[in-house]
Design a protein around this ligand. Structure first.
Ligand SMILES: Cc1ncc(COP(=O)(O)O)c(C=O)c1O
Length: 493
């Protein structure tokens, strides 16, 4: 039937609608009782419905959210959750996300969202200790932030050979290569694939005894490739690798990059906020020597998932790397922003441009960062990071002090890798199997949920503390759970 009246979607009743969800959201965030989400038979069939030909209306949809979507959500904000590198947003960040959705989508236009996004980037640059000449752009996450940093490196490598890669492609750049340690997150390899350089052209360099990129092997690889006429596009350093939190020797990487005229990209998606803790600040070296830096406010800063950022020394290279032609429909992009008063914000764009990334339509992701920093300030972030490093150190201390636990690597940031190792069990395969079962059983009990990795080939239980709700008691609870479950399973072994 032809629609002549008002649109079928409601565009009013915002208060009613949000209020209808709030009790369920508050209940979810109390994380009471056993986690119901595992009982899939209770909710899969109800949510997995065919496309409705006719809508059921606002109230029915809200009821479904209240009764199904919310209660069966993922409890990554639970204080006992220390898995992977993820957490739930803080209250102000959640509220900022809602406000931004309503008023600040399409961040390029010269409205409050655009300005706040710009201010939030300036604050992030300052918080992390970069000089004000550095700039950047918010992205959907660390994956895109790394893509943009390496994209800028690719542009830089081309320009050194007189080629505008963004316009003319990679022809003319002989065998582009990127160098990173074996511990580097796989999104870096994917970035090479997306950027047309090929995942196979990521040269993975083994790590030294401390888990840091082996500088001798790196230089040997660079020499070998230079002799073969290949192009060093970038060296990628880990500022907190995802497995163990190890920080590569970034000052050395900066020196090597400078000597060879190549680019230093640093992946601080997880560990970048470690810059705020003076006990480990020196590990990060001189940040002014970085060419680009990926950082994820949706990790340690507890911004809503979907908030990453890339910070660069030279925004112009980033803009050339991701240049986009102006369409006939968006003539405002050709105008220089005046930043003066306007009769309408639709007359010109604000700060930043869609050339600085791969998004065109995009939310003002920086609004959440601005709200978080407005609420807790630089000192609040510093206190959180310090507390979380303390949590990792607490787990390490307890592992060292127990004859049933083994610390697999000294924690550097807020990750601590350890395992259950009852006296008398030395066989590695048995220990791997036992620890896998310990991890599953700990998760099943629900008091704490964490994740795993491998350290030196061994299966490791790997808490990563970034959760604003998590403190030292939760770190202790995790160790207690591992011991309790481990003893039970080892008894049956
Ligand atoms: C070191 C590191 N780099 C990159 C990423 C990818 O970031 P995102 O998941 O935000 O895309 C992660 C995710 O955990 C990470 O820990």
């Amino acid at each position: 039937m032809r629609q002549t009246g008002p649109d079928p979607a409601s565009t009013d009743h915002l208060t009613d609608s949000i209020e209808a969800l709030l009790p369920a959201l508050e209940a979810f965030l109390r994380f009471e009782g056993p986690d119901p989400a595992g009982r899939r038979s209770a909710w899969y069939p109800l949510l997995d419905r065919p496309l409705p030909a006719r809508g059921s209306g606002r109230e029915a949809v809200l009821a479904e959210m209240r009764d199904l979507l919310i209660p069966y959500g993922l409890r990554i904000g639970h204080p006992g959750f220390s898995g992977w590198v993820t957490t739930a947003p803080s209250t102000v960040a959640t509220a900022a996300d809602l406000a931004q959705t309503v008023v600040a989508a399409q961040r390029w236009w010269a409205t409050s969202g655009n300005l706040v996004d710009t201010v939030a980037m300036r604050w992030l640059v300052e918080l992390l200790g970069f000089p004000p000449s550095f700039g950047g752009v918010y992205t959907g996450g660390g994956s895109t932030a790394n893509l943009l940093g390496i994209g800028a490196a690719r542009q830089h490598a081309g320009e050194r050979l007189g080629i505008d890669v963004s316009r003319d492609g990679l022809d003319g750049i002989p065998d582009p290569r990127v160098y990173a340690s074996t511990e580097t997150h796989h999104v870096v390899g994917r970035a090479l694939g997306v950027l047309g350089m090929g995942r196979a052209n990521l040269r993975s360099i083994a790590t030294d005894a401390d888990g840091r990129i082996d500088l001798g092997l790196l230089e040997a690889a660079l020499d070998e490739d230079a002799a073969a006429g290949r192009t060093a596009v970038a060296i990628v350093g880990c500022a907190g690798d995802v497995n163990t939190g190890v920080v590569d020797p970034l000052d050395d990487l900066a020196r090597i990059a400078r000597e060879r005229g190549t680019w230093l990209h640093v992946d601080g998606a997880y560990g970048g906020f470690g810059l705020l803790d003076d006990r480990v600040r020196d590990l990060f070296g001189d940040v002014t020597a970085y060419d680009s830096f990926a950082i994820d406010p949706h990790k340690w800063m507890a911004a809503p998932v979907g908030t990453g950022a890339v910070i660069v020394r030279d925004e112009e290279i980033l803009a050339r790397a991701f240049a986009i032609e102006t369409g006939a429909y968006d003539r405002e992009r050709d105008r220089e922003p005046t930043m003066g008063d306007l009769p309408s914000p639709f007359l010109e764009l604000g700060h930043g441009t869609p050339d600085m990334g791969v998004d065109f339509s995009t939310p003002a992701r920086g609004v959440a960062v601005w709200a978080i920093l407005s609420e807790i300030g630089a000192e609040g972030m510093r206190a959180r990071v310090t507390r979380h490093l303390d949590c990792a150190r607490r787990v390490a201390e307890r592992a060292r002090g127990s004859d049933e636990l083994e610390l697999l690597i000294e924690p550097v940031l807020s990750i601590c890798c350890f395992r259950f190792r009852p006296p008398g069990v030395a066989d590695e395969a048995t220990l791997d199997d036992l620890n896998e079962r310990v991890l599953d059983a700990v998760r099943a009990r629900g008091r704490t949920v964490t994740s795993s990795t491998r350290v030196g080939g061994r299966f490791a239980i790997r808490p990563c503390f970034i959760n604003p709700r998590t403190g030292l008691d939760d770190a202790d609870a995790l160790v207690d759970e591992v011991l309790a479950v481990g003893r039970e399973l080892a008894g049956r072994h």
